[in-house]
Design a protein around this ligand. Structure first.
Ligand SMILES: Cc1cc2nc3c(=O)[nH]c(=O)nc-3n(C[C@H](O)[C@H](O)[C@H](O)COP(=O)(O)OP(=O)(O)OC[C@H]3O[C@@H](n4cnc5c(N)ncnc54)[C@H](O)[C@@H]3O)c2cc1C
Length: 425
C-alpha cells in the first residue's frame, strides 16, 4: 500500500499549478506536495522580477506564455482573485541593426498577439526623459548605438507571483491536496516493478520505478512522483541516473527609488489604464520593471559569459554588479536617475537550458519532471501545470486555457521539437 497516489516535490509555481490541475481533473487522487521551505513559493518564484510577456520567438514557448497570461487574466477579472496584474506592456528599445535582425520574429509575433513597432516620437511620449544617444554621455566607452525604434508588446505587463502562487495553493487545498513544509527530500528511491526479493534490486534487467522518497524521518511511498524542484532538480535526479538538463545561473534584482524614479514611473504615453510605464528593456539587456507600491524600479541584467554555472542555496546580490554592470548602462540612457538609490536587492537562480532556453517537461517511469523554465516560469506556470496533468493522464496533447493545444511531449528530450528561443531576459 502506498501512502499517496502522487507526491509533488517543490511548492513553487510549477509544483503548485501541477498540484491544482492533477487534483482538479482527477478528484480521487490523494496528492501530497512537499517543500523544504516553511511555506509555498519561497524558492525562485518569490525572487522573480514579476513581469509577464507573450513575446517569445519559439511557437511552443509562445503558447505556454500566451495561454497562461489568458488564464491569469481570467483569474483576476472573472474569478475576482487579485493578482495585481497590470497590462503595462513590454517595450524593447532597439538600435537599427537589432530591429533588422529581429524583423522576421516581430512579423511572426504580430500574427499571434498585439505588438507594434514604434518610432522615436512615440518612445518619447512613453519615456520623455530617455537619452536616445547614450554614447554622448558614456563617451563611447560602453559602445551603445542610439535608440531608433521600439518594439511594444501589449499583452504583457507586471503581476505578483506571490498572489498567483496563493491562488493555486488555496484552490489546491480546497480540493484536498495536502502540503508538508520544512521537509527536505533527501533522495528518490528506485525499486523494481516486479520484486524478486533478492539483495541489490533493482538490477539492470529489471523494469524500474520510483517507489518512495527519503526524508529525515523515514520514507514516503507513492504511485507517481512529480519533480518540480527547479535549480535543485539535479540533486534528486542525478543519483538515479536521470538528467535534469538544468543549468543554474545567478540572477539579481536591484530596486532603486528616489524623486527621479517617482517622476518616470508614470507617463502620459503609458498604455495601461493608470499610465504606468512599460516593463522596459534597454539595449545591452538592462531592464527596468516599474513597481508602483514601492515607488521604485526593479532593474537587472542577465549576464551569460562571465557568470559561473553554480548551484547556490541562497545566492546574494552583489553591489559591484549593480555599480559596474547595470548602473553605467542605466545612467547612459536615463541620466535623470543619477541620484536614485538602491533600497532593496535580492538574487535567485535561473534554471537554464543552454540548448534552446526552453523548459523540460517529460515523463519517465512513474516520474514526471517539469523544470528548466529558463527565467520565465511564472508567466508560463499555468500551461506547464496543465502539461504535467496531461502527461500523467497519458494524453497525447495538452489543452491550454486559450483553446490552443500542445503535444504533451513537446518539451521532452526524445521527441523535443522546439527551436532556439531568441527572447530571453
Ligand atoms: C532574479 C529572477 C528574476 C526572474 N524574473 C521572472 C519574471 O519576471 N517572470 C517570470 O515569469 N519568471 C521570472 N523568473 C523565473 C522564475 O522565477 C522561475 O522560472 C520560476 O519561479 C520557477 O518556478 P519553480 O516552481 O520551478 O521553482 P521554485 O519557485 O524555485 O520552486 C522550487 C521549489 O522546490 C523546493 N525544493 C527543491 N529541492 C527540494 C528538495 N530536495 N526537497 C524539498 N523541496 C525542494 C524549493 O524549496 C522550492 O520551493 C525570474 C527568476 C529570477 C531568479
Amino acid at each position: 500500500m502506498n501512502d499517496y497516489d502522487v507526491i509533488i516535490i517543490g511548492a513553487g509555481i510549477i509544483g503548485l499549478s501541477s498540484a491544482y490541475y492533477l487534483k482538479r481533473n482527477n478528484r480521487d487522487l490523494n496528492i501530497l506536495v512537499i517543500d523544504k521551505n516553511p511555506t509555498y513559493a519561497q524558492g525562485n518564484t518569490s525572487r522573480a522580477a514579476a513581469g509577464f510577456r507573450d513575446l517569445f520567438s519559439s511557437d511552443p514557448n509562445f503558447k505556454l506564455a500566451h495561454s497562461s497570461i489568458e488564464f491569469y487574466k481570467h483569474v483576476q477579472n472573472e474569478l475576482k482573485y487579485n493578482l495585481d496584474m497590470k497590462f503595462v506592456g513590454y517595450l524593447y528599445l532597439l538600435e537599427e541593426k537589432t530591429l533588422k535582425m529581429y524583423e522576421r520574429i516581430f512579423e511572426n509575433l504580430s500574427k499571434k498577439t498585439r505588438v507594434e513597432i514604434i518610432d522615436s516620437d512615440r518612445i518619447r511620449e512613453i519615456h520623455p526623459d530617455l537619452n536616445f544617444n547614450p554614447d554622448e554621455i558614456s563617451s563611447g566607452i560602453i559602445g551603445i548605438d542610439k535608440i531608433e525604434h521600439g518594439f511594444l508588446g501589449y499583452n504583457c505587463g507586471i503581476f505578483e507571483p506571490d498572489l498567483l502562487s496563493s491562488f493555486y495553493y488555496e484552490k489546491s487545498k480546497e480540493l484536498g491536496v495536502k502540503f508538508m513544509f520544512n521537509t527536505d527530500v533527501e533522495s528518490l528511491i528506485l525499486e523494481p516493478v516486479n520484486r524478486i526479493d533478492y539483495p541489490g534490486e533493482p538490477f539492470v534487467w529489471q523494469e524500474k520505478r520510483v517507489g518512495s522518497i527519503k526524508i529525515k524521518n523515514g520514507n514516503i511511498r507513492a504511485d507517481y512522483f512529480v519533480i518540480a524542484t527547479d535549480v535543485w532538480s539535479s540533486l534528486l535526479l542525478y543519483p538515479i541516473g536521470i538528467d535534469s538538463y538544468a543549468v543554474p545561473k545567478k540572477r539579481q534584482i536591484f530596486q532603486i527609488t528616489g524623486e527621479s524614479v517617482k517622476k518616470i514611473l508614470f507617463s502620459s504615453g503609458g498604455i495601461s489604464e493608470d499610465k504606468i510605464i512599460p516593463f522596459t528593456v534597454l539595449p545591452k539587456g538592462v531592464y527596468m520593471r516599474p513597481s508602483i507600491k514601492e515607488n521604485s524600479l526593479r532593474v537587472s541584467v542577465s549576464d551569460d559569459i562571465g557568470r559561473n554555472i553554480m548551484l547556490e542555496d541562497d545566492p546574494q546580490p552583489e553591489m559591484n554588479f549593480y555599480a559596474y554592470n547595470i548602473r553605467p548602462v542605466l545612467l547612459a540612457y536615463y541620466p535623470v536617475l543619477e541620484n536614485s538609490k538602491i533600497f532593496s536587492s535580492w538574487a535567485g537562480q535561473y534554471s537554464i537550458s543552454t540548448r534552446d532556453d526552453q523548459p523540460y517537461i517529460f515523463k519517465t517511469m512513474n516520474l514526471i519532471y517539469a523544470g528548466v523554465t529558463s527565467g520565465s516560469g511564472v508567466m508560463k506556470g499555468d500551461a506547464i501545470g496543465r502539461m504535467v496533468e496531461s502527461l500523467f493522464s497519458g494524453r497525447e496533447n495538452a489543452k491550454l486555457f486559450d483553446g490552443s493545444s500542445i503535444g504533451s511531449d513537446t518539451f521532452g528530450f526524445i521527441n523535443r521539437n522546439v527551436p532556439y528561443e531568441e527572447f530571453v531576459l
